[in-house]
Design a protein around this ligand. Structure first.
Ligand SMILES: Cc1cc2nc3c(=O)[nH]c(=O)nc-3n(C[C@H](O)[C@H](O)[C@H](O)COP(=O)(O)OP(=O)(O)OC[C@H]3O[C@@H](n4cnc5c(N)ncnc54)[C@H](O)[C@@H]3O)c2cc1C
Length: 257
């Protein structure tokens, strides 16, 4: 099967050019990751951005530990999250500062296994394929131009600490689906409609708030020998409050609306 690659978009004619064909659409939604040059003429790459000078290491681990739950470890290198998805498997996301990443890049498997064996107190773990990504914050100002919308990491890239990146995308898609359904139900056209504008006005404030909230959370959890004892106190009190836990769980699952 030949893979279609989008080469360019004509914003005036609503036309998408791929390596195989060109086609005209009423509404175009592009979801091409965070670095596509095609976005340049849609949003001009105007954004709030920050290079975290961190890398995220991801991996699937097979283990024999009984009843392991989702956990987050705040290590000196950066937060390490464990997310079980089967009885004997969990996925791992470890955001580590570049100085540690660069030092251990050539022996990541050994480095990660040693770290995990220490925190989980077992050697009986098998590491799957390790992947790593540089981490950044990117919150775009413009979501659309004419009938072309951007979706996904092209609009917002957030720190993986809170596991919210994909959730933001799903909420944007849900809203887009709702706006298209309303127009169809009312017999209104999709082309040259208010859908791109309404999507942007509805989703941008929440995406901005959550993106900056995660950024602040990441700064809070960054290793700091003077603030760490205070943080521990705050976290201890936080974990005792069922009310606060309920609120954060609800925001993580459903967003702010
Ligand atoms: C380490 C890490 C951990 C994460 N953990 C979580 C988590 O726990 N929970 C969560 O909700 N989110 C998480 N995220 C975020 C989530 O993975 C991303 O937000 C999401 O994958 C972005 O989806 P996307 O489709 O916008 O971009 P991508 O996943 O980058 O997909 C874009 C696709 O478009 C294709 N493409 C690019 N250009 C073209 C072109 N010209 N023509 C055709 N195709 C093209 C690419 O090949 C790619 O397949 C994490 C991210 C990282 C880096």
């Amino acid at each position: 099967m030949l893979k279609k690659t989008i080469k360019s978009v004509n914003l005036v004619e609503n036309k998408v050019f791929t390596n195989l064909t060109s086609k005209t659409y009423d509404l175009i939604a592009l979801c091409l990751g965070s670095n596509s040059s095609i976005y340049q003429k849609i949003n001009g790459n105007r954004e709030i951005k920050k290079n975290y000078k961190e890398h995220s290491i991801t991996c699937s681990i097979t283990h024999k530990i009984k009843d392991i739950g989702a956990q987050q470890f705040f290590l000196k290198e950066g937060p390490l999250a464990i997310l079980p998805y089967k009885n004997n498997k969990f996925s791992l996301v470890w955001s580590i500062e570049d100085r540690f990443f660069i030092k251990n890049e050539k022996s990541l498997t050994h480095y990660l296994k040693k770290k995990l064996s220490t925190i989980l107190k077992t050697n009986k773990i098998t590491l799957g394929n390790i992947q790593s990504y540089p981490l950044k914050l990117s919150l775009k100002r413009n979501y659309y131009k004419k009938n072309t919308i951007i979706l996904g990491d092209g609009l917002h890239v957030v720190h993986p600490l809170a596991g919210q990146g994909f959730n933001l995308i799903l909420r944007d898609i849900k809203k887009l689906d709702k706006l298209i359904s309303i127009n169809l139900r009312l017999g209104l056209p999709i082309k040259n409609s208010n859908i791109p504008k309404d999507l942007s006005e509805n989703r941008k404030p929440e995406n901005l708030l959550i993106g900056l909230g995660i950024h602040t959370t990441r700064n809070f959890f960054k290793n700091n020998k003077y603030l760490d004892p205070i943080k521990e106190n705050i976290l201890n009190n936080f974990s005792k409050s069922e009310f606060l836990k309920k609120i954060t769980k609800s925001i993580a699952n459903l967003g702010l609306s």
